[in-house]
Write a protein that binds this ligand. Sequence first.
Ligand code: ZN
Length: 117
Amino acid sequence: MMDRILIKKGMILARTNFRGIQCDLCQQRFAGNMHMHEIIARRRTIGDKEARELSFQPELCSILCPDCHLIAETEANERLLWLRNFNFYGEARVRRMHKMLTDTYPINHNLPEIVNE
Ligand SMILES: [Zn+2]
């Protein structure tokens, strides 16, 4: 599996245009200093190397500006980030990666059920 720094670089590249790097939450563009955010928090996969690696795959992560990173873990914002990833990668792909993680490491976590709203 790719390491976290390479994954972050790829995610940033995929969100960059001539106006800057787009934040997955506020959708504004920035010149730099973007944060990679594991939507399934790092503290939940502590002690399990495989689960930890799965948790930083792009489908389960976001690129955020520093302000958004501070508020990313509210229930409403987490939901928005999953919807963003469903849109960005395809819902099936996000669900597959999420299942790999929850099958590997039995955390009690569910993706939003919605599809159309
Ligand atoms: Zn932001």
